[in-house]
Design a protein around this ligand. Structure first.
Ligand SMILES: Cc1cc2nc3c(=O)[nH]c(=O)nc-3n(C[C@H](O)[C@H](O)[C@H](O)COP(=O)(O)OP(=O)(O)OC[C@H]3O[C@@H](n4cnc5c(N)ncnc54)[C@H](O)[C@@H]3O)c2cc1C
Length: 369
């Protein structure tokens, strides 16, 4: 179940079995000057089936979208045992209900995806990476909204708060100035001319943003890689700070990020639980990491109320509980806070239709009626 079945560069699609890893798909496409947009950090070991099931994304989702935006069709086996063929091999299609988009992100609760036709994009010939340090999270978060307001869309717009910057620099010294209270990593891609223009436009926007402490463009590919290595090491590095890391991947409209970050700081103080934030700010998708020692009774007792307060904050900002990791078991108790009863009932009816015996990932995603 891990084969590429065909690549059609002229149609810009790749058909594969669902057990192939994301990285293997990227290698197969790259040989034709193409790529598949979803780029989760887990690319080396996560599969196309898993990427589709969780609607995975990554840094470049800000420009190219997530798995859902980059799949044309699927083959899947429903819980009934029926074989489903959804979508088309074309980039347009207007026949029937969009079951492809229904299955993507359903976390394996409706059908097991066996095959996928993935939409491919041309590999950009050039890219440039910038980093922008700000006095604090408010200023950096406001700059994210400013960047997303101007017309040049970066292919990555990542955010790190001060604790995350400290961790990243501890992993690899990327030379960030001491006065930096929050950092943005931005990347632009395209042909040489486009990259030049986009970099200038972003730099102009960042320079005009209050609280800018430093703005640097990586001089070489190695320097850019160093920055990304430090960013991608953040998640494992957090484990050094506390025995337990609870990682949520909430998402809010980009312009509400300043309110989210301020609210998280307030909750961190209120519950006395350190919270470290970083993530895909261009999508408003932040990895909110609650760090604690479960052996310490006070912190252990505060975890659930703190988490609940984080989710209430996110929903009050028109956000969603998860931007890319999905619901699984852990967030299931909170789903009814986000989705109203009639809509949940419609989802339960779909589940009942496709998986009447409830054999596919039982107990996941939808809360009990
Ligand atoms: C270190 C690390 C970094 C990560 N970085 C990112 C990131 O940047 N962006 C991001 O979006 N996610 C990220 N993730 C989360 C995760 O890797 C992704 O969600 C990935 O898409 C899961 O794919 P998998 O093959 O590992 O699936 P699994 O973990 O095996 O399964 C995930 C879910 O999908 C279901 N599933 C798996 N295959 C199928 C199938 N063929 N048909 C139907 N259902 C299926 C499973 O039942 C399960 O519910 C990260 C995870 C780790 C550990």
């Amino acid at each position: 179940m891990n084969r590429v079945l065909r690549i059609s560069p002229g149609d810009r699609f790749l058909e594969c079995e669902a057990g192939i890893t994301n990285a293997e798909v990227q290698r197969a496409c790259a040989a034709h000057g193409l790529f598949w947009a979803p780029d989760p950090t887990s690319a080396e070991y996560s599969t196309v089936g898993g990427n589709l099931a969780c609607n995975a994304g990554g840094p470049r989702a800000v420009k190219y979208g997530t798995a859902r935006d980059n799949v044309l069709g699927l083959r899947a086996i429903a819980g009934t045992g029926q074989s489903l063929r959804t979508g088309t091999a074309t980039t347009k299609g207007a026949v029937g209900y969009d079951l492809t988009r229904l299955l993507v992100g359903s976390e394996g609760t409706l059908a097991v995806i066996t095959h996928a036709i993935l939409k491919l994009l041309p590999l950009p010939s050039h890219r440039r990476t910038l980093r922008a340090g700000f006095t604090g999270v408010d200023e950096a978060a406001a700059a994210v909204a400013a960047v997303m307001t101007q017309p040049h869309i970066p292919c990555a717009l990542e955010f790190m708060d001060q604790a995350a910057v400290g961790l990243a620099c501890g992993y690899r010294d990327v030379g960030v100035e001491a006065a930096v209270g929050a950092l943005l990593i931005l990347e632009v891609d395209g042909d040489a001319e486009m990259v030049e223009r986009s970099e200038q436009a972003l730099a102009e926007t960042l320079r005009a943003s209050p609280g800018l402490v430093e703005l640097k463009t990586a001089a070489t590919a190695e320097e850019a890689q160093l920055l990304w290595t430090a960013r991608k090491a953040l998640s494992p590095a957090l484990r050094q700070l506390a025995p337990l890391k609870v990682n949520e991947d909430v998402v809010v409209p980009v312009t509400r990020i300043p309110e989210l970050v301020r609210g998280l700081q307030t909750l961190s103080a209120e519950f006395a639980i350190p919270i470290v934030n970083f993530g895909h700010a261009g999508n408003g998708n932040l990895h909110v990491n609650l760090l604690l020692d479960p052996a310490e009774r006070r912190q252990a007792d505060a975890l659930e109320p703190c988490l609940a307060a984080v989710f209430r904050l996110v929903l009050s900002l028109e956000g969603s509980l998860s931007g890319e990791h999905g619901v699984g078991l852990a967030k299931r108790p909170y789903v009814a806070w986000e989705i109203d009863t009639p809509t949940l009932d419609a989802m339960r009816a779909i589940k009942q239709l496709l998986d009447p015996a409830g054999i596919l990932n039982p107990g996941k995603v939808l809360p009990a009626a």
